[in-house]
Design a protein around this ligand. Structure first.
Ligand SMILES: [Mg+2]
Length: 182
Protein backbone atom coordinates (compact mmCIF):
# COMPACT_ATOMS: atom_id res chain seq x y z
CA UNK A 1 0.00 0.00 0.00
CA UNK A 2 1.28 3.43 -0.87
CA UNK A 3 2.09 5.81 1.95
CA UNK A 4 0.29 9.00 0.93
CA UNK A 5 1.82 11.07 3.75
CA UNK A 6 5.25 10.86 2.11
CA UNK A 7 6.70 12.05 -1.17
CA UNK A 8 8.39 9.96 -3.79
CA UNK A 9 11.54 10.94 -5.65
CA UNK A 10 13.63 10.01 -8.63
CA UNK A 11 17.32 10.47 -7.86
CA UNK A 12 19.38 11.14 -10.96
CA UNK A 13 23.10 10.60 -11.13
CA UNK A 14 24.49 13.41 -13.31
CA UNK A 15 27.40 12.40 -15.59
CA UNK A 16 26.26 9.61 -17.91
CA UNK A 17 22.55 10.12 -17.13
CA UNK A 18 21.79 13.84 -17.62
CA UNK A 19 24.88 14.72 -19.65
CA UNK A 20 27.48 12.77 -21.55
CA UNK A 21 30.45 11.60 -19.54
CA UNK A 22 33.79 13.12 -20.33
CA UNK A 23 36.15 10.17 -20.55
CA UNK A 24 39.17 10.62 -18.34
CA UNK A 25 38.19 14.07 -17.13
CA UNK A 26 35.72 16.32 -15.36
CA UNK A 27 33.10 18.62 -16.80
CA UNK A 28 34.47 22.02 -15.79
CA UNK A 29 32.67 24.38 -18.20
CA UNK A 30 29.14 24.76 -19.59
CA UNK A 31 30.57 24.08 -23.07
CA UNK A 32 31.57 20.59 -21.94
CA UNK A 33 28.11 19.91 -20.53
CA UNK A 34 26.31 18.06 -23.33
CA UNK A 35 22.82 16.76 -22.57
CA UNK A 36 21.81 13.20 -23.37
CA UNK A 37 18.66 13.78 -25.48
CA UNK A 38 16.66 10.96 -23.87
CA UNK A 39 17.18 12.47 -20.44
CA UNK A 40 14.50 15.10 -21.11
CA UNK A 41 11.80 12.50 -21.75
CA UNK A 42 12.72 10.61 -18.60
CA UNK A 43 12.70 13.85 -16.59
CA UNK A 44 9.35 14.97 -18.00
CA UNK A 45 7.86 11.58 -17.19
CA UNK A 46 9.14 11.87 -13.60
CA UNK A 47 7.40 15.24 -13.24
CA UNK A 48 4.21 13.92 -14.83
CA UNK A 49 4.13 11.08 -12.29
CA UNK A 50 4.70 13.43 -9.34
CA UNK A 51 8.19 12.32 -8.46
CA UNK A 52 10.48 14.93 -6.89
CA UNK A 53 13.52 15.07 -9.19
CA UNK A 54 16.85 15.29 -7.34
CA UNK A 55 20.45 15.17 -8.61
CA UNK A 56 22.94 13.10 -6.60
CA UNK A 57 26.45 13.59 -7.97
CA UNK A 58 30.04 12.97 -6.91
CA UNK A 59 32.26 15.84 -8.05
CA UNK A 60 35.73 15.11 -6.76
CA UNK A 61 37.19 17.35 -9.48
CA UNK A 62 36.66 20.08 -6.89
CA UNK A 63 38.45 18.11 -4.17
CA UNK A 64 41.31 17.62 -6.61
CA UNK A 65 41.48 21.35 -7.30
CA UNK A 66 40.64 20.93 -11.01
CA UNK A 67 37.57 23.14 -10.73
CA UNK A 68 35.87 25.36 -8.15
CA UNK A 69 32.45 25.27 -6.49
CA UNK A 70 31.74 28.39 -8.52
CA UNK A 71 32.43 26.47 -11.76
CA UNK A 72 30.11 23.69 -10.60
CA UNK A 73 27.32 26.10 -9.68
CA UNK A 74 27.62 27.81 -13.06
CA UNK A 75 27.25 24.44 -14.81
CA UNK A 76 24.22 23.57 -12.68
CA UNK A 77 22.55 26.93 -13.34
CA UNK A 78 23.06 26.31 -17.06
CA UNK A 79 21.68 22.78 -16.68
CA UNK A 80 18.57 23.95 -14.80
CA UNK A 81 17.83 26.69 -17.35
CA UNK A 82 17.94 24.23 -20.22
CA UNK A 83 15.79 21.66 -18.47
CA UNK A 84 13.21 24.36 -17.63
CA UNK A 85 13.15 25.49 -21.26
CA UNK A 86 12.70 21.93 -22.50
CA UNK A 87 10.19 20.63 -19.96
CA UNK A 88 8.76 23.56 -17.96
CA UNK A 89 10.28 22.17 -14.74
CA UNK A 90 13.71 21.67 -13.24
CA UNK A 91 15.41 19.78 -10.41
CA UNK A 92 14.08 20.54 -6.92
CA UNK A 93 17.43 19.73 -5.38
CA UNK A 94 21.01 19.20 -6.55
CA UNK A 95 23.30 17.44 -4.10
CA UNK A 96 26.97 17.04 -4.77
CA UNK A 97 29.98 15.73 -2.88
CA UNK A 98 33.38 17.27 -3.54
CA UNK A 99 35.37 14.85 -1.37
CA UNK A 100 38.08 12.67 -2.79
CA UNK A 101 37.42 8.94 -3.17
CA UNK A 102 40.03 8.09 -0.53
CA UNK A 103 38.31 10.32 2.06
CA UNK A 104 35.49 7.77 2.41
CA UNK A 105 33.03 10.60 3.06
CA UNK A 106 29.61 9.27 4.11
CA UNK A 107 28.07 11.62 1.54
CA UNK A 108 30.15 10.33 -1.35
CA UNK A 109 28.65 7.49 -3.40
CA UNK A 110 28.83 4.46 -2.93
CA UNK A 111 27.96 5.73 0.56
CA UNK A 112 24.31 6.74 0.86
CA UNK A 113 24.69 10.08 2.72
CA UNK A 114 23.45 12.40 -0.03
CA UNK A 115 20.41 10.21 -0.61
CA UNK A 116 19.54 9.81 3.08
CA UNK A 117 19.80 13.61 3.60
CA UNK A 118 17.37 14.11 0.71
CA UNK A 119 14.99 11.51 2.11
CA UNK A 120 14.89 13.43 5.41
CA UNK A 121 14.67 16.91 3.95
CA UNK A 122 11.96 16.11 1.40
CA UNK A 123 10.00 13.60 3.51
CA UNK A 124 10.53 10.88 0.94
CA UNK A 125 9.50 7.25 1.09
CA UNK A 126 12.56 5.46 -0.33
CA UNK A 127 10.57 2.35 -1.25
CA UNK A 128 8.42 4.41 -3.62
CA UNK A 129 11.49 6.09 -5.10
CA UNK A 130 14.08 5.34 -7.77
CA UNK A 131 17.74 6.01 -8.47
CA UNK A 132 18.95 6.15 -12.09
CA UNK A 133 22.72 5.77 -12.43
CA UNK A 134 25.46 4.50 -14.69
CA UNK A 135 27.93 3.36 -12.02
CA UNK A 136 27.88 0.50 -9.59
CA UNK A 137 28.42 3.12 -6.84
CA UNK A 138 25.04 4.70 -7.71
CA UNK A 139 23.34 1.34 -7.27
CA UNK A 140 25.13 0.52 -4.00
CA UNK A 141 24.34 3.94 -2.50
CA UNK A 142 20.66 3.75 -3.46
CA UNK A 143 20.24 0.22 -2.17
CA UNK A 144 21.83 1.22 1.15
CA UNK A 145 19.16 3.93 1.41
CA UNK A 146 16.35 1.51 0.51
CA UNK A 147 15.73 3.09 -2.90
CA UNK A 148 14.89 1.07 -6.04
CA UNK A 149 17.46 1.16 -8.80
CA UNK A 150 17.80 1.50 -12.56
CA UNK A 151 21.25 0.89 -14.01
CA UNK A 152 22.26 2.33 -17.37
CA UNK A 153 25.35 0.62 -18.73
CA UNK A 154 27.05 -1.68 -21.13
CA UNK A 155 26.92 -5.45 -21.09
CA UNK A 156 30.29 -5.78 -19.42
CA UNK A 157 28.87 -4.09 -16.33
CA UNK A 158 25.73 -6.25 -16.30
CA UNK A 159 27.53 -9.06 -14.54
CA UNK A 160 28.39 -6.95 -11.50
CA UNK A 161 25.23 -4.98 -10.98
CA UNK A 162 22.36 -5.94 -8.73
CA UNK A 163 20.03 -3.20 -9.94
CA UNK A 164 16.28 -3.80 -10.17
CA UNK A 165 16.36 -2.87 -13.86
CA UNK A 166 19.21 -2.70 -16.34
CA UNK A 167 19.22 -0.88 -19.67
CA UNK A 168 22.09 -0.34 -22.08
CA UNK A 169 21.22 3.31 -22.73
CA UNK A 170 18.92 6.13 -21.61
CA UNK A 171 17.10 5.58 -24.88
CA UNK A 172 16.34 2.00 -23.89
CA UNK A 173 15.09 3.18 -20.49
CA UNK A 174 12.88 5.67 -22.30
CA UNK A 175 11.24 2.87 -24.28
CA UNK A 176 10.47 0.99 -21.06
CA UNK A 177 9.57 3.89 -18.74
CA UNK A 178 5.82 3.33 -18.66
CA UNK A 179 6.29 -0.34 -17.93
CA UNK A 180 8.55 0.05 -14.89
CA UNK A 181 7.92 3.46 -13.29
CA UNK A 182 4.35 3.56 -12.07
MG1 LIG B 1 27.62 8.68 -13.66
Amino acid sequence: MHDTTKNKAIFFDRDGIINRRKIGGYITTTEEFVFIPDFFTVFAYAIHKNYIPIVITNQQGIGKGLMTIHDLRRIHTHMQQHIRLATGADFDDIRFCTSLAQDNDQRRKPNPGMITESIQQWNINPQQSWMIGDSQSDIIAAQAAGVRTIYIGNSQDLTITTADHIFATMSELNENLHRIIE
